[in-house]
Design a protein around this ligand. Sequence first.
Ligand SMILES: Nc1nc2c(c(=O)[nH]1)N[C@H]1C(S)=C(S)[C@@H](COP(=O)(O)OP(=O)(O)OC[C@H]3O[C@@H](n4cnc5c(=O)[nH]c(N)nc54)[C@H](O)[C@@H]3O)O[C@H]1N2
Ligand SMILES: Nc1nc2c(c(=O)[nH]1)N[C@H]1C(S)=C(S)[C@@H](COP(=O)(O)OP(=O)(O)OC[C@H]3O[C@@H](n4cnc5c(=O)[nH]c(N)nc54)[C@H](O)[C@@H]3O)O[C@H]1N2
Ligand code: SF4
Ligand SMILES: [Mo]
Length: 685
Amino acid sequence: MLIDTVCRLCSSCCPIEAEVENDRLIAAQRKSFLAPEQRLACPKLAAAPEIVYSPERLTTPLIKKTDGSGFRTATWDEALDLVAARFRQHKETSGAESIAWLRGMAADWGAPWDYPNRLMHLFGSPNTIGNGSICFVARDFAHTYTYGSMAFPEAKGARCLIVWGKNDGNTALGAAEGIHWAKAHGAPLIVIDPVQTALARKADIWLQIKPGHDGLLAMAMIHEIIKDNLYDADFVENYTIGFTELKEAAAQYPAEKVAEAIWLTAEQIRQVARLYATTKPAAIIDGNGLDMHREVFDTTRAVAMLRALTGNLDQPGGDVLPQPIPARNIQMKDRLPAGMVPITGDYPLFNTFSDTWGNQVQGCVINAILEGTPYPLKMVVVQSGNPLITMADSTRTRQAFSQLETLVVIDLFLTETAKLADVILPAASCFEKTQLNRSSIRNNPMFLQNAVIPPVGGSWPDWRIVFELGRRLGFEAEFPWQTAEAAIDYQLEPAGVTVAQLRQNGKGLRIEEQRYQKYREQPFKTPSGKVEFFSARLAEAGLPPVPFQRGWREDPISFAEQSSAYPILGISGSRDIRFTNSQFRIIPALLNKSAGPVVDIHPDDAQAQDITEGEYIRIESPKGAIEMIARFSSTVRPGTIRLAWGWGDYQPASNLNTLTEDDRRGPVTGTSTSRSFMCRLRKIQ
Ligand SMILES: Nc1nc2c(c(=O)[nH]1)N[C@H]1C(S)=C(S)[C@@H](COP(=O)(O)OP(=O)(O)OC[C@H]3O[C@@H](n4cnc5c(=O)[nH]c(N)nc54)[C@H](O)[C@@H]3O)O[C@H]1N2
Ligand SMILES: Nc1nc2c(c(=O)[nH]1)N[C@H]1C(S)=C(S)[C@@H](COP(=O)(O)OP(=O)(O)OC[C@H]3O[C@@H](n4cnc5c(=O)[nH]c(N)nc54)[C@H](O)[C@@H]3O)O[C@H]1N2
Ligand code: SF4
Ligand SMILES: [Mo]
């Protein structure tokens, strides 16, 4: 039997068809506009049955033994009663706010993000914390402050494409198919990436930019486009505010002035600016290569402004504003006692830019545990994340989590984080639960993530865990739902859509026709109703109202001031198509075909340090040292290395975040520089 659903093995949320026999997942295929034989294959999806039925799956709740010698199995009743008892106990002794619910990316950001927010608000804690300060939420914030919501590139219809810090061939296959299509139909492809990725090799123009310096490039492009009158004067006049201020700010960054500092030539910058501004429609596909830098907010605001300046915003084949589904906000934030400040209180604009995103600076969890600022945390529930591996500065993160009075982990596998837990609750995989994921409510059409098989072993879907815990904490009336369907139907009531209808429309359900240039009928969702090159909200908060208006602040690369001792620039890159962050190395079918924890070193640097290809070498930063396998590669520039991402759970000695720091965060989004840092190489004796 074939069942329509959505894959959530990574955050791309591809619509898929699952093949199921006798309640068992046999195989699954991605859907796409391409004929089946032309579609890009995803090895993670091909391994879905191995993942789902892995012998390593957690299948029963576990409670840490009192003598500390590992875990004992428990029933769900016992485990949830214990978790509820700890909630009450910490509330009594330290206040409800001493408990945080920390979320990783895997359970998704739609309803599965709303449910713990609802629970925590009702319980009285403002501390449901996501990891969006290093993922795309900081970028969403930048788009939203510029034109009201995040724009979606329509790559397939574009006549010119800029792929900026994104590597869709490994990370988002549906998007990659659109890029290949546009390129095959004649669109020039520009790739901006410090690494020569497979896509960069195919590009018409590849800008090998200095990591973390994209903001300077964007400002230089804005300047060139304005100076040469290549902007869309009609759009700028009618639909934007702050053009004069933007023009003045960008004038600080002429191509000649910034080129050398960002490892490009002035001619390259002018060529790309001209090509992008004069080929219509053009789309910019911005990615996580721009995130995870302290300046992510101003950088991605400047990139967003390029779209508006050139009139490519909300045009077919340009960058289109979404038509979101009018879902009910079920987070019940109004039930939180007045005046409660979350531990992320230093980032008020980021915390409030959207109705549903809430707190996303996960590093604040560590400050609160270790330093008691702004107040101490005693208990953390980690759901669908592996912070010991994925948060910056792993040594400090481990120290913090080891010190907690209570740690609860909800996961499919016994991760490094779970090993520290007092209680582990086994979660069902994405194929075992029906949920309204974020991609389904962000834009038309809607796709349902559908349970295609029952939960494996004694695992439970995340929704059921949260609802049952909510009821145990006394919120029976607020968590009345016994099924995911009932909860989703309630949330979708304003849209007039039910789960049953979504199931009948497995190929996608539109509740609105696709429309472009929507700004002609309705204002942008910004305070002024226009695209804001100048933001009064930021000015009021004492922040630069125009990106980089007050100059380029400081070197965005971690430990830059120690570069004489740490002369090599390390790039956290290469998300392997077989793995998602720290996941899936325990699946032999995926592990055996991968290159392992490799570090790409330019042959010149390897020779200078007498490094042999294939040997394990040490990589050191001021924060710590790790070991990875040397691979010679001219895809990186001499003086830079690219480190394989996500190996720390499989092999703690190869944990990239042992090298990163969270000491200096972005002022607006609290973003740590998990992406690029100075380091040095050593042969292992
Ligand atoms: N240096 C460096 N640091 C980074 C990054 C980087 O590139 N370089 N990437 C950053 C980014 S963009 C992100 S998003 C974060 C990711 O950080 P995390 O979200 O912590 O990453 P994952 O390793 O994907 O952890 C997800 C966990 O959820 C579990 N899981 C999977 N599905 C489910 C489910 O349905 N329910 C539950 N309860 N659990 C589930 C998995 O087994 C896994 O243990 O890392 C960030 N950190
Ligand atoms: N297979 C797989 N798929 C995934 C994931 C995974 O771990 N594995 N993770 C999921 C998650 S959580 C996310 S957020 C997305 C992220 O997916 P993407 O947005 O594609 O991000 P990355 O692949 O991390 O990085 C994209 C590119 O940015 C480049 N880059 C690094 N630093 C810079 C810089 O300073 N400037 C510029 N211009 N480029 C830079 C890198 O070399 C890389 O080629 O992928 C999701 N999909
Ligand atoms: S890219 Fe692969 S793992 Fe990610 S959602 Fe799509 S099919 Fe699933
Ligand atoms: Mo992410």
